[in-house]
Design a protein around this ligand. Structure first.
Ligand SMILES: NC(=O)c1ccc[n+]([C@@H]2O[C@H](COP(=O)([O-])OP(=O)(O)OC[C@H]3O[C@@H](n4cnc5c(N)ncnc54)[C@H](OP(=O)(O)O)[C@@H]3O)[C@@H](O)[C@H]2O)c1
Length: 404
């Protein structure tokens, strides 16, 4: 077991519970290992901070729950070359190096399983690859990042501002000290790249998928969403196109009564749309030690039982477009009447159709503030963003597509 942190200690607990007699924990690796020792771990388990001791051990399978890309990827390579199968929960690693490591595992006659890397305890990868193997998948849409969902669903429920919701998520362990990868969509796009590979058989680099941040969403955007029967979630979506894939991760206004709109706290949801069977929804605890460890142990059992998991459908490189067309909600704070008029002119000149427009004035911090709320006709989010940069104003704004 490489890594004795949140997930690793939960994996160890399950393995030491004697529920699975064909799985035996033999070795735990971590830096500064002395502070990690637990009395409930059987005395026969070796604790080490020397990776070469793990490589030289007689373990058949190595669980990697260290996180990070380096030196983790090199260590996984060493393990595979030493004849050990590998189970990992590391989405960054699988999204960026998974293809080459899977090839190496195959060449070595070993297995590389990563069921825990997307949606933690919700077995979406196995469901998409095995349970839906007979389906022609058209679309995958969901909430894949528990941190963003915790922040957004709490802003929705309590009206608290973004910074406070983030601080609360950090206090409760739902957000890391540096939450950048989560809030800017980097984590979710790694998961979407893995899902696209598993579901569509298309190889996608995470950087090919546009990711937009949830920073800038304010409590009043939730009020506006509610007026439209909607709420705001970070949505990951990918759909097959004739030439490849269309995919994006971005905050969006979604219907409050939809599967995506109803997902709360740090939960995840994935809705698959197939040609034959229509929509199927998977939901549950996408993160946390216990749920993620269950996914890891399930992969261990599959290897121990020589049970084939679905794997990817095929493996071809994909062109990725991000040009989804949606109506957009736009909230823009304007400095004065001139700024407001310029906003409208700039949007119209960019070819955007202003379908609704409301102006409100209130006093903020002793100054009068004017807010424009607009509903724009179908376009790409990039086109709206481009028009706003031509507007030139540095005033706060928020752009959200309306997704069904
Ligand atoms: N937590 C979740 O809910 C969740 C869900 C799905 C997937 N995952 C994935 O699971 C993996 C582990 O996550 P986690 O939350 O368990 O992380 P974590 O709590 O930070 O645990 C990582 C453990 O590995 C040790 N470690 C890290 N780098 C090391 C190195 N270079 N050498 C030796 N030891 C090292 C850490 O030691 P220190 O204590 O010294 O830092 C820590 O004990 C990540 O890939 C993550 O993306 C996590």
């Amino acid at each position: 077991l490489l890594g004795f942190g949140t997930v690793g200690s939960s994996v160890a607990e399950i393995l030491c519970s004697n529920h699975f007699p064909n799985l035996q924990l033999v070795c735990i690796f971590n830096r500064n290992v002395a502070r990690k020792r637990q009395l409930w771990v059987p005395a026969g388990v070796r604790w080490t901070e020397d990776i070469h001791e793990v490589i030289a051990s007689d373990a058949d399978i190595v669980v990697e729950v260290l996180g990070g890309l380096e030196p983790t990827a090199d260590w996984i390579e060493l393990m595979l070359r030493a004849g050990k199968s590998v189970v990992t929960a590391n989405k960054h690693l699988i999204a960026t190096r998974g293809r080459e490591l899977a090839k190496l595992a195959q060449a070595e006659g070993r297995r590389l399983e990563y069921g825990a890397s997307v949606a933690g305890g919700v077995p979406v990868l196995n469901a998409v690859s095995a349970g839906l193997a007979g389906e022609a998948l058209l679309r995958l849409q969901g909430v894949l990042n528990g941190t963003c969902n915790y922040i957004l669903s709490n802003m929705d429920a309590s009206g608290m501002p973004f910074d406070k919701a983030l601080a609360r998520a950090q206090e409760l362990g739902f957000a890391e000290a540096d939450p950048s990868d989560d809030i800017h969509g980097i984590d979710a796009r790694c998961k979407l790249a893995i899902l696209a590979h598993t579901g569509f058989g298309l190889h996608v680099e995470p950087e090919q998928i546009e990711a937009r941040s949830i920073v800038g969403i304010a409590a009043e955007d939730f009020q506006q969403a509610r007026k439209r029967g909607r709420t705001i979630r970070q949505v990951s979506m990918a759909e097959r196109t004739a030439g490849g894939l269309r995919a994006v991760v971005q905050p969006a206004m979604v219907r409050a009564n939809s599967s995506v709109g109803q997902v709360r706290d740090n939960q995840n949801v994935l809705v698959t749309t197939g040609h034959w069977g229509g929509e199927t929804t998977f939901a549950g605890r996408g993160a946390g030690g216990g749920p993620t460890a269950v996914a890891v142990v399930s992969d261990l059992l599959a290897i121990a039982r020589h049970q084939a998991l679905g794997g990817a459908r095929a493996d071809s490189a994909a062109e990725v477009q991000c040009d989804f067309h949606f109506h957009h909600y736009l909230r823009a704070e304007v400095a004065d009447a001139k700024d407001s008029a310029l906003l409208e002119v700039t949007l119209r000149e960019a070819g955007l159709d202003i379908q609704e427009s409301k102006t409100s004035r209130k006093r903020k911090k002793g100054k009068s503030a004017t807010t424009r709320v607009l509903l724009l006709g179908p376009s790409t989010t990039a086109k709206v963003e481009e028009a706003l940069s031509a507007w030139g104003s540095q005033c706060p704004r928020c752009v959200l597509p309306l997704i069904d």
